[in-house]
Ligand binder design. Sequence first.
Ligand SMILES: [Zn+2]
Length: 304
Amino acid sequence: MNVTKAAGAPVAGEAAARELELINALAKRALSADEVYVFEVKLCDNEVDRDFERFSDECLDELAPMFVGKSGILDHQWTAGGQLARIYRTEVVAVPERKNSAGDVYRYLKGWAYMLRSEATGDFIAAIEAGIVKETSVGCSVSERRCSICGESACAHVPGLSYDGKLCHTVLSGATDAYEWSFVAVPAQREAGVLKGAGLKSLRGYVQTAAGSAFRAEFERLEKLAAEGERLLERERAEVKRLGLLWDEQMAPAVAKAAEGMGAEELCELRLSLEKKLDGRFPPLCQLPGRDRNTRFDGEDYII
Ligand SMILES: [Zn+2]
């Protein structure tokens, strides 16, 4: 089964002689230090993520060698070509002073990547230097998904819920392949939102990834529908406020306030009830002469 996970920000570094050796072991021709740009990426970790999944420690160790030599893809914001950077070294880093949600020592898979310095990569390098490239996302295959509560692969526990104070999540293990890693560029100030993964922003980010691309069309259709729905709601709300004002000027602010918190059905009911009240007060006026029984036309004019 394939999984895609987002992780932290790349850190730029320098291509020292030792690094250059490793790079040249992968490069088609011998590269010199000033030809390459080297940076670090946090590929994935053992923290429970926004899908309530986490890699087991063993899985991180298994993934480490699998990412060596793998090319990273830049998102469309940077280049249409893709495949610009390549991982030449990886290491699982433990942070003893930090625990993950499962109570284990926090560990992450760090990758060192290189790319050729050129006109085409200049913008991207500048973006890394400026701290704009905030996330990397990895795609890999694992053979096992097990419940963190009971250890079974199929059970009634629901990831995301707590059982006896323990957060249920899916533990991914048995890495079989690391097939991609990519950059997700987000403006620095949005980092927190994206990393927390709350709401639309992260979902939109997800459908831009390779794994999420299957849902992109559906997501875009729903997004369009939601925007239309919001516009309709806004229109209904404005109408309720207008009717509230016609009905009772003193009550109007309360009606307006209530309308703010209402959903479509409630708004519709309130609008219909206001319309009813107002109908009684302002009966429809007949502006067409001749429609009244007492009116008749004498050939030249209407006689009332
Ligand atoms: Zn379970």
